[in-house]
Design a protein around this ligand. Structure first.
Ligand SMILES: [Zn+2]
Length: 279
């Protein structure tokens, strides 16, 4: 049986600009044991958040549009797209629904909320994405919506420096020419705000705040989700599964790791059933 190497496409809230075309369809790699293992290895590395997200998505994403994905392409996705992919990947690796516990900000009691990872509310990018143009002091400033790469540039900087660092990283041209460091240093807070608003208007976004009512005191509030918070890799379970299959079928590790996860689970179910019949 021929198996597709990837999942059905999902649509990015933003997209990646490739030769003037905005590519919005992303396919994840088919989840085999080998893919699970490489994702788990990326998850276990200790790095700054942008590097971590790029590492995980580089292992998980098969293609963007009709091009095979690369680490460079993942770095160039905008932040909302990267958040969206991390949430969808968690749904693929674990379960569609996840229960999270929050503390009510009124009565202080804990309550549970079910998160649907396949229906994440998003704001789609507006026309012009990923580019915005702002007029500042008679000059035409062209910028792009921040990407993972821009985010990485400012990783570890103090807030004030980071805001200007991000603007600097996102400027593509000033009056058609190259940007100078001194230009960004000379921007007033109002001008920084203007840039922020221009980018905000066209940027896609992923809902990381969910409005909900406390089931105990009924107070309406917004709870915040961390789009990058997974549930760990679950890699110990994978080792158990490989061990079970190797023990019963005498397949080598590579063969077992190349099985798509649903087939691996199917065989494990059969082993369990046959053991049940004997016992
Ligand atoms: Zn409450």
């Amino acid at each position: 049986m021929h198996l597709s190497e990837h999942t059905a496409p999902i649509r990015l809230p933003g997209g990646l600009l490739c030769d003037d075309t905005l590519e919005r369809e992303v396919r994840f790699r088919l989840i085999t044991g080998g893919v699970e293992m490489s994702i788990a290895e990326a998850m276990n590395r200790i790095e700054d958040t942008p590097t971590f997200v790029t590492g995980v998505l580089t292992q998980a994403v098969h293609s963007i549009g009709d091009r095979l994905s690369t680490e460079g392409a993942i770095w160039h996705l905008c932040i909302a797209d990267r958040q969206y992919l991390m949430m969808r990947l968690a749904g693929l690796l674990h379960q569609r629904f996840r229960w999270l516990t929050f503390t009510c900000n009124d009565c202080g009691l804990p309550f549970d909320l079910r998160i649907d990872r396949e229906n994440i509310p998003v704001k789609e990018a507006a026309a012009g994405f990923p580019h915005a143009t702002v007029q500042l002091a008679g000059q035409v400033v062209r910028l792009h919506v921040p990407t993972g790469s821009d985010q990485q540039q400012i990783s570890g900087m103090a807030t004030e420096r980071a805001v200007r660092g991000l603007v600097s990283s996102c400027i593509e041209s000033i009056d058609g020419g190259t940007s100078q460091e001194s230009f960004v240093d000379g921007l007033t807070p109002t001008e920084i705000e203007q840039i922020d608003q221009a980018l905000e208007q066209i940027s896609p976004a992923v809902a990381t705040g969910i409005q909900t009512d406390c089931p105990i005191c009924h107070e309406t509030q917004i709870v915040h989700l961390d789009p990058y918070q997974g549930e760990g890799s679950g890699i110990d379970g994978l080792y158990d599964e490989v061990h079970q299959l190797a023990l019963h079928y005498h397949w080598d590790e590579e063969t077992i790791l190349n099985l798509p996860r649903f087939r691996r689970r199917r065989y494990l179910g059969l082993i369990e059933r046959s053991l049940g019949m004997v016992g």
